[in-house]
Design a protein around this ligand. Structure first.
Ligand SMILES: [Zn+2]
Length: 337
């Protein structure tokens, strides 16, 4: 990273401290589940680890206010144990939240603001890929009651609700169950996440939905050509809906050659140039990615994003929006309680 002047460094640290920093995606819960062949390593939220990317001590160091903890179950197309795995993750999430003084579970934007005022971090539950719903809308309501406030309908494979980007159904239209899920989520007040959807399903969602939706962890295809990233047309449409996209740190989605914190901020620049500063945020994908960009080795390095935004002469207001203000705005518009 380019070194900042003393004044720039002070400005970056002040803004980062002041900000409600929101990260809309990580896969850390998997690493807290009891030992199995898939997750040989068991960590604790409260213990600083040499492994992985997120734990509470490193969150505090990185100045993250709200971490969305995704429940991910779908490594292959069919997941018979998805519901059981997700329920164990719900238990793990609340267990870890209750075991640690410095973090609370939240379900709504007021809770996020209150945590910040109390000097605490907070965790929000989400589902990545609708496998745990087992094709049944009633389970959407059950997970809502368990505190889940954000959901994506597919990971990389096909679910009864939508197609993930590996599984392009012919024409890849959103199935009827996906349409019903959108209606039910609007009724409940859940944040709809389009990350991982096929382009076809993205466009169906954009046609059907009136409420803002987010891409919790997706970058720009124009900056790094990958199907997990959004095209400029998609970004413009997401912005027209009042939505936000969280910048993903997975090197393959940041830069084909070399991923760095500067290249992550190049994606932010691209979105701001295209649709203004109201539609971009952070969605690290920490603990779901094997390697990390230079300068973003784990969550403790989050202030490097702020440093780079300061170096590029973003205004205070825009920096606060990008670090979390934009996501908080969508949460306020969508989440009811
Ligand atoms: Zn993902």
């Amino acid at each position: 990273m380019v070194k900042l002047s003393k004044m720039e460094e002070e400005r970056a640290l002040r803004l980062h401290r002041e900000a409600i920093v929101i990260d809309t995606h990580c896969d850390t819960l998997m690493q807290f589940l009891p030992r199995s062949s898939r997750t040989p390593l068991v960590r604790k939220l409260g213990e600083r680890s040499e492994h992985g990317h997120i734990d509470l001590p490193r969150m505090v160091e990185g100045g993250v206010t709200c971490q969305t903890f995704a429940m991910y179950t779908g490594r292959s197309a069919v997941q018979p144990d998805a519901l059981l795995t997700a329920l164990k993750m719900v238990d793990t999430f609340y267990g870890e939240m209750e075991a640690n003084e410095g973090i609370v579970s939240v379900t709504n934007p007021d809770g996020i603001v209150a945590a910040k005022e109390e000097g605490k971090a907070c965790g929000l539950l989400s589902i990545e890929g609708a496998e745990p719903l087992m094709g049944d809308i009633s389970l959407l309501r059950v997970f809502y009651r368990l505190g889940v406030r954000m959901l994506s309908l597919a990971w990389n494979w096909r679910t009864p609700f939508a197609d993930g980007w590996h599984a392009v159904r012919s024409g890849s239209k959103l199935p009827e169950l996906g349409v019903q899920a959108i209606e039910e989520m609007d009724k409940l007040g859940m944040v709809f996440d389009v990350s991982h959807l096929t382009d076809g399903c993205f466009w169906d969602v954009a046609d059907i939905k009136e409420e803002p939706f987010i891409a919790s962890h997706s970058n720009c295809r124009d900056v790094c050509d990958h199907n997990r990233n959004l095209t400029d047309d998609m970004i413009t449409t997401l912005a027209d809906h009042g939505g936000v996209m969280g910048m993903n740190f997975a090197p393959a989605f940041v830069d084909k050659e070399k991923a760095t914190v500067e290249r992550v901020v190049d994606h932010i620049d691209h979105i701001v140039d295209l649709v203004g500063p109201d539609h971009v945020g952070l969605g690290s994908d920490f603990d779901g990615i094997r390697s990390t960009p230079e300068g973003l080795e784990d969550v403790s390095k989050m202030p490097n994003i702020t440093r780079e935004l300061v170096r590029r002469e973003y205004s205070d207001e825009d920096i606060l929006k990008i670090l979390g203000g934009n996501h908080l705005r969508v949460f306020r518009e969508v989440i009811q309680e």
